[in-house]
Design a protein around this ligand. Structure first.
Ligand SMILES: Cc1cc2nc3c(=O)[nH]c(=O)nc-3n(C[C@H](O)[C@H](O)[C@H](O)COP(=O)(O)OP(=O)(O)OC[C@H]3O[C@@H](n4cnc5c(N)ncnc54)[C@H](O)[C@@H]3O)c2cc1C
Length: 388
């Protein structure tokens, strides 16, 4: 279900041109939305503040040396480690990605004290988590390293402001635009900031969404006799441990000989992460490393070759967007919002939300009355609308 408001096309737009749309966010929601719009014939550009795509489906490289001093490079999926597929439309997309070698299914052996150890069927992109978004975004123009800090509505469309831009549109192209539509596929707190003063009711609703943080430990140890692929400890500071190098399709990144070492990613519990959100990463590393060591050996700490931590300030959904919508779309205003917070906070929910928003945008153009080419814009091109 989509919150679909009005439908019209700006009179300033050439009706012969495909609508020009900006998607902000190259996570799985933005990737799904952009892919759907591209298929429907829209002129889409995706902007992301990071240097790569994937958002919370992230991977990070870390150099380390083994006992002989031989250098290696590990690559950790330090955000979302895997996902599940339940909905038919998402399954079709994942199946296609699997035929192209971008994802694979994995029967994961998980140790859980309660109710019991189990085998879980999950999906893992290969060779790393961002590969799925790279696949979805193939063919879509991407502007990476572009943090959007403001939205400016002018007579000829929307402009995206970037860090350092002043309130206006600079001659040197400091702002991007114009776009007929802007679709936000970013976490709720960031979306609320951009929507404030533009769509205040949406900004208020997104501000009420709660996300849990997550401190994540990445580690390389000596080879250990640990029979599981993952574990979910019942007590303590760690919520989830994954043996990273047992995931399918993972090979050591960069140069270096194969090593007799084990790679781990461990996620702290939401409560512990929140309580220690602003703590020194050195202390966080020491605490999480000790906790992981105890869980892996039950006794003395293993030999560590590498440890580092990453703080996810907005990791997983604690309370979704109210109202039960899959996304929001205001056609008359040319603004939309999607993301995992419209569902259960999963990769699947994020994909479905982005896909739904693409459908809603396309449907509103199908339904739009033919534009009146003689109509005059209310504002001069490049002049900001003082209200929105
Ligand atoms: C530690 C961890 C474990 C998880 N485990 C699981 C799991 O087991 N299974 C599962 O299904 N899900 C899991 N998740 C959740 C899953 O990763 C998310 O649901 C999903 O990736 C969200 O996708 P998204 O596109 O909605 O948002 P994101 O992935 O957050 O993408 C948003 C993008 O917007 C960009 N952005 C933000 N602000 C701006 C701006 N102002 N300008 C430009 N770009 C901007 C960001 O750089 C990012 O790339 C986990 C997440 C984390 C962090």
């Amino acid at each position: 279900m989509t919150a679909n408001l009005r439908t019209s096309r700006s009179p300033a737009v050439d009706p012969m041109e495909p609508p020009r749309i900006a998607v902000i966010g190259a996570g799985v929601a933005g990737a799904a939305c952009a892919a759907g719009l591209l298929r429907a014939g829209f002129d889409v550009t995706v902007f992301d503040k990071s240097r790569g795509v994937g958002g919370r489906m992230a991977a990070r490289r870390a150099p380390w040396a083994d006992a002989d001093g031989t250098p290696h490079v590990a690559e950790f999926d330090h955000g979302c480690p895997q996902f599940r597929v339940t909905r038919p439309r998402f399954r079709t997309v994942v199946d296609r990605a699997a035929t192209l070698g971008c994802v694979t299914r994995w029967r994961q052996h998980v140790y859980a004290a309660f109710p019991a150890p189990q085998v879980r069927d999950v999906v893992v992109p290969t060779p790393n988590m961002p590969a799925f978004c790279r696949h979805l975004l193939s063919g879509t123009p991407l502007m990476l390293g572009r943090a959007v800090t403001g939205l400016l509505r002018c007579a000829d469309g929307w402009y995206l402001q970037r860090a350092g831009d002043d309130a206006g549109i600079t001659e040197d192209g400091g702002s991007e635009g114009p776009f007929e539509q802007v679709l936000l596929a970013i976490p709720p707190a960031q979306a609320a900031t951009l929507l404030s003063g533009r769509h205040d009711d949406w900004a208020a609703a997104l501000s009420a969404v709660r996300m849990s943080p997550c401190w994540t430990l990445m580690a390389v140890t000596e080879e250990l006799d640990w029979p599981w692929d993952a574990a979910e400890p019942e007590r303590g500071v760690l919520a989830r441990i994954g043996r990273h190098d047992r995931k399918p399709g993972r090979t050591e990144a960069g140069s270096g000989a194969p090593s007799a070492a084990a790679q781990w990613v461990a996620h702290a519990t939401p409560a512990w992460s929140l309580a220690h959100l602003e703590d020194d990463p050195v202390l966080i590393t020491a605490t999480l490393r000790a906790a992981l060591g105890r869980l892996l050996t039950g006794g003395p700490e293993p030999r560590w070759h590498h440890t580092s931590v990453h703080r996810w300030r907005y990791a997983q959904l604690a309370q979704p967007v109210a109202g039960g919508f899959d996304c929001w779309w205001d056609a008359g205003f040319g603004l939309g919002v999607c993301g995992d917070s419209f569902g259960d906070g999963s990769v699947e929910a994020a994909w479905c939300s982005g896909d739904e928003l693409a459908d809603a945008v396309a449907a509103s153009f199908d339904a739009a009355p033919a534009p009146d080419p003689t109509a005059k814009p209310e504002l001069e091109p490049g002049v900001a609308d003082p209200v929105h």
